[in-house]
Design a protein around this ligand. Structure first.
Ligand SMILES: NC(=O)c1ccc[n+]([C@@H]2O[C@H](COP(=O)([O-])OP(=O)(O)OC[C@H]3O[C@@H](n4cnc5c(N)ncnc54)[C@H](OP(=O)(O)O)[C@@H]3O)[C@@H](O)[C@H]2O)c1
Length: 164
């Protein structure tokens, strides 16, 4: 499994149930990496998507404890075991963990690659993920030139799990 996230300098990723910033080039990057693949998200992240629908051109798995959960284009999974069963049929590089904080923090250590859009500055988040630089299990394998959009400067950074 791989992971994709946009985080600010404090590893904040969200505020009031939504994202910290609207960054068109980052949205394109996200789409290019995830289209045609399976994506895994928590129920709250699904609720934050337009129309509360799964993303088009992707197989959307939503983790929720609610047995009655239904949403368009989504496959609900109710336990971690059910989730692993569902994604085990894919090659690891074809499954992306797309949030939110609860899922990132629980499952990032099972990911091989982390695609982190690193936004400069403290953007006032109320939801945070693990600092992957301090974690020590991953190393940076690529980092783009900075991009500035809507007053926010950011880079596309890719981390790879270190060999044991
Ligand atoms: N910056 C980014 O790249 C990015 C990406 C995605 C999301 N976000 C942001 O992250 C925030 C949402 O994150 P969050 O941590 O609050 O929510 P979340 O991870 O999206 O969803 C949490 C929900 O997932 C379900 N869940 C989690 N673990 C489970 C388990 N083991 N078994 C069954 N169900 C489980 C539960 O749903 P039930 O309550 O239904 O049981 C739980 O309430 C929002 O602000 C969003 O915009 C940011």
């Amino acid at each position: 499994m791989e992971l994709i996230v946009a985080a600010d300098s404090k590893w904040g990723i969200g505020k009031n149930g939504g994202l910290l910033a609207h960054l068109p080039s980052d949205m394109k990057y996200f789409r290019e990496h995830t289209e045609g693949k399976a994506v895994v998200m928590g129920r709250k992240t699904l609720e934050s998507l337009p129309g509360r629908k799964g993303l088009p051109n992707r197989v959307n798995y939503v983790l929720t404890s609610n047995p009655d959960f239904r949403a368009e284009r989504c496959i609900a999974v109710h336990t971690e075991e059910e989730l692993w069963d569902a994604i085990s049929r894919y090659e690891p590089k074809n499954v992306f963990l797309i949030g939110g904080a609860t899922l990132y923090n629980w499952f990032y250590s099972m990911c091989d690659r982390l695609y982190v859009t690193k936004m400069e500055g403290d953007l006032g988040a109320d939801t945070f993920i693990t600092n992957f630089d301090e974690d020590g299990s991953f190393e940076v394998v690529s980092e783009s030139e900075p991009v500035t959009e809507n007053g926010i400067t950011y880079r596309f950074v890719v981390y790879q799990k270190k060999a044991k």
